[in-house]
Write a protein that binds this ligand. Structure first.
Ligand code: SF4
Length: 329
């Protein structure tokens, strides 16, 4: 039997991802010398990018805002005070792939892998191998929820939780649906952006049929990421009744610009997604060149308030280790 023929389309596409900077450069017509200058940063965090995402980049442009999010860069070797391996102090906070960070919500590291490796990822040093979420961990999660009446929402995170198969998600949902205290299930994912085929109708219908209200929080940083295929997938999910929100990370040279952010918020709403958070960068080692000062961030927010109706202005926040919620700037 041909195994690939029974794999869902998104998994087949995932298997075709670029992992070699020179191959990506060739695909995009970029100078191989330029890639050589930077590719040592690969060993700090490997390159991984889907063909769909690569095809949204402008050929021949080393400054393309999508390329700069994924291509290893020599600036990742810069050491800057305050930029550390575990900026959110998660390494010792959780167990069994479960992080109980907030009072009413429990965060599950469901899958370690991602379909893309973003250079600014705050979990780029996270030891995913130690956070396996299997059947035993599921039982421990259920017990944790049952022992804490404050918990009413489960957030699936990662890595990327949509790397789990529909069957695995169905099994998890089926167990969670038996806990009457739970109201919502939230999925945080960048996978639809880089693999729109992951937004299957089957999964949307499974979530829509759940007594838990389902929310998909996307991670889109730039209007160029909103492709026709993504819009089509989002329309399927919106039609099924799934609430769609977006969070972006504020990134120097990529989206730290009032016009780009305004266009992003407008494009999100046109794709039936509400802008939710604009995050100040988590200060992770290797990503300091993406940082934007608070002063600039506040000025950008002010400009967004001028340019957009209030419901399209995301909340500007920072996550501070140990705080009970995100901190507005
Ligand atoms: S998709 Fe999210 S978790 Fe994965 S590398 Fe990018 S920022 Fe990190």
């Amino acid at each position: 039997m041909n195994v690939t023929s029974v794999r869902p389309q998104w998994q087949q596409e995932l298997a075709q991802s670029f992992t070699d900077p020179q191959q990506l450069a060739q695909h995009l017509n970029l100078p191989s010398q330029w890639v050589e200058q930077h590719q040592a940063a690969r060993r700090l965090f490997p390159l991984r990018v889907t063909r769909h995402f690569a095809n949204l980049m402008q050929r021949g442009n080393t400054q393309d805002p999508l390329l700069m999010q994924v291509m290893p860069h020599a600036d990742e070797f810069i050491e800057r005070d305050g930029f550390i391996a575990d900026p959110l102090a998660e390494l010792n906070a959780g167990q069994y792939g479960v992080l109980h960070k907030y009072k009413s919500r429990v965060l599950v590291i469901l899958r370690g892998g991602c379909a893309i490796n973003c250079r600014y990822c705050f979990r780029r040093h996270f030891p995913y191998a130690d956070h396996h979420f299997g059947p035993a961990e599921l039982e421990q999660l259920i017990e944790l929820i049952q022992n804490d009446a404050n918990i009413n929402e489960v957030i699936l995170s990662g890595g990327d939780p949509l790397m789990a198969t529909d069957k695995q998600l169905d099994q998890l949902l089926t167990r969670l649906e038996q806990l009457p205290q739970l109201k919502r299930i939230r999925i945080h994912s960048r996978l639809p952006v880089v693999l729109p085929s992951r937004l299957t109708q089957e999964l949307a219908h499974r979530l829509a049929a759940s007594p838990l209200q389902a929310i998909l929080v996307l991670h889109i940083n730039h209007p160029q990421e909103i492709s026709p295929a993504l819009k089509q997938g989002l329309a399927l999910w919106a039609d099924a009744g799934i609430t769609l929100l977006n969070q972006s990370v504020l990134l120097a040279q990529i989206n730290a610009d009032a016009d780009v952010l305004t266009e992003l918020c407008e494009a999100l709403f046109a794709a039936r997604v509400l802008p939710y958070y604009l995050h100040q960068l988590d200060q992770v080692a290797g990503a300091s060149h993406f940082a934007v000062s608070d002063e600039v961030a506040r000025a950008l927010l002010h400009q967004l308030q001028v340019n957009l109706p209030g419901f399209l202005v995301p909340k500007l926040v920072r996550e501070i280790a140990g705080e009970p919620s995100k901190t507005p700037l």
